[in-house]
Design a protein around this ligand. Structure first.
Ligand code: FES
Length: 240
């Protein structure tokens, strides 16, 4: 996958930001912080508001609409912001700024804010799979070995116990994670049923591989485990 030209370094004010159109037409927000440049999604993840209309002090980006804030170095949400920013890897060559298209794992809430090198290792162990509509990936009670990220399509997720599931499930879409029991314990079993509602493209990773990678980078491991606990709480709340 090839890099895309975004703008010249000189186009971005020092400790400032600008919305730019990358080759291929899509918009990105480019920000400067000291010696570094960062590129993010152009629109606020809350509503359709351009982030370039917000405030930026060289460290912290604020959407003017409802004051969500992000750390410009990681895209992690600060304060009451509920979603991270999608970032693009930036390359600088001869005064020009290029971005690499994001890998699907970069879009995954579980992995936002972890180190780029750990993310690269996770990308290496992720296997892409395509499944037809109606395919059930697992049932409650099955061994929980793999973690999945939805890259396309829709997956229905029903929490249950001993072969039974509740009638009300929810639908997971691009960037969402399921199968997280694979990260909890070597011997764990599925507590949900996961079924593709339409033809779906998934990234599958062995839970043990993911844990091994995270053990080498405990700071990133902590981010993933904190996000995982929030995700589980959200699923359980939905269930209540
Ligand atoms: S639209 Fe940006 S914070 Fe609400």
């Amino acid at each position: 996958v090839t890099k895309r030209f975004v703008c010249r370094v000189a186009d971005i004010p020092r400790n400032g930001m600008r919305e730019c159109k990358a080759d291929g037409g899509f918009k990105v927000l480019v920000a400067n912080a000291g010696d570094s440049y960062f590129a993010y999604q152009a629109m606020c993840p809350h509503q359709e508001v351009p982030l370039c209309e917000g405030l930026y002090d060289g460290e912290r980006l604020t959407c003017h609409q409802h004051l969500w804030q992000w750390d410009i170095r990681t895209g992690s949400p600060l304060g009451f912001a509920e979603a991270p920013l999608q970032y693009f890897d930036v390359q600088i060559e001869d005064g020009a700024i290029y971005i690499a298209p994001p890998s699907p794992l970069n879009l995954t809430e579980l992995f936002i804010g972890i180190s780029r090198s750990t993310l690269a290792e996770l990308n290496k162990v992720a296997q892409r799979e395509e499944h037809e509509a109606g395919t059930t990936l697992y049932h409650p009670g099955d061994p929980a070995e793999d973690l999945y990220v939805v890259d396309g399509g829709r997956v229905e997720f029903l929490i249950g116990r001993e072969g039974h599931t509740s009638p009300a499930g929810f639908v997971l879409r691009q960037g969402e994670v399921f199968g997280w029991a694979a990260l909890l314990d070597k011997q764990s079993t599925r507590i949900a049923k996961a079924t593709c509602l339409e033809k779906s493209s998934l990234l599958r990773m062995s839970g043990q591989d993911v844990l091994k990678i995270l053990q080498k980078d405990p700071a990133s491991g902590f981010v993933v485990m904190s996000r995982l606990s929030l995700l589980i709480m959200r699923h359980l709340r939905h269930q209540a």
